[in-house]
Design a protein around this ligand. Structure first.
Ligand SMILES: [Zn+2]
Length: 228
């Protein structure tokens, strides 16, 4: 990655790799990862196609690290609550249009129905509806973290490739997303792992008043069968 931050007199200052090397490194400043807050080192490019960049030398738990996402895909959640499932499933069905539109919005306003269908199916298969402390407001964001990446090859409407991850996500042998602690969603460019956006999680998407909500829900009704 090419950007990081330094701690300058107690404040976070965003720096790119060139600025860091030319202005701060020699004064003893340390670069930190925007995502996991761990120390980053700078590494010279190994060939003409790889430029000098920041890297985590020894931290496999950062979502920006190669292979993080593929390992994440196979992990299981730690605490399931079967008794909350029906309530969540019902709320998801009732608010499906708002959930869809929030997911679409975050995918640079381009998400096909069949892509959304796959996310819902993955959530059902992975028992996301039973994740302890899962609230309806987490649902669109949780759905977006399930897919390895959203490419512009599969959806020409998207201008770039991206993937999503939560900020407070710890990896050991099981997946742990602590929904009781403040959670943010982070959006990355899928190839460079550059941080694109930090999304605050709240339920504003549920409040947006859809003019033709009933029509929308009818249009999405074919998706109800993959929410189980
Ligand atoms: Zn990191």
């Amino acid at each position: 990655m090419f950007s990081a931050y330094i701690n300058k007199e107690g404040r976070k200052l965003k720096v790119d790799i060139n600025k860091f090397i030319n202005n701060y490194k020699r004064d003893g400043y340390v670069a930190y990862c925007n995502v996991c807050n761990n120390i980053l080192n700078d590494r010279a490019g190994s060939s003409l196609t790889t430029k000098t960049h920041f890297w985590h030398n020894n931290n496999p738990h950062c979502p920006t690290v190669k292979n993080f996402k593929s390992r994440y895909q196979n992990l299981k959640f730690r605490y399931y609550r079967l008794e909350q499932k029906q309530k969540i499933v019902n709320s998801v069905k009732e608010n499906l249009s708002n959930i869809y539109l929030e997911c679409k919005h975050l995918c640079n306003n381009s998400l096909y129905y069949n892509e959304f269908q796959n996310l819902l199916k993955m959530a059902s298969d992975k028992r996301v509806w039973e994740y302890a402390h899962l609230d309806l407001k987490h649902v669109p964001y949780c759905l977006l973290t399930l897919k390895l990446k959203f490419t512009n090859k599969e959806n020409k409407g998207r201008s770039l490739n991206m993937f999503f991850s939560f900020t407070n996500q710890y990896i050991s042998d099981t997946l742990w997303i602590d929904f009781t602690a403040p959670v943010e969603l982070i959006k990355f460019e899928a190839n460079t792992k550059e941080l694109l956006q930090i999304i605050e999680i709240n339920d504003n998407f549920l409040k947006s008043d859809l003019k033709n909500k009933d029509n929308y829900l009818k249009k999405l009704s074919f998706l109800l069968k993959v929410i189980y």
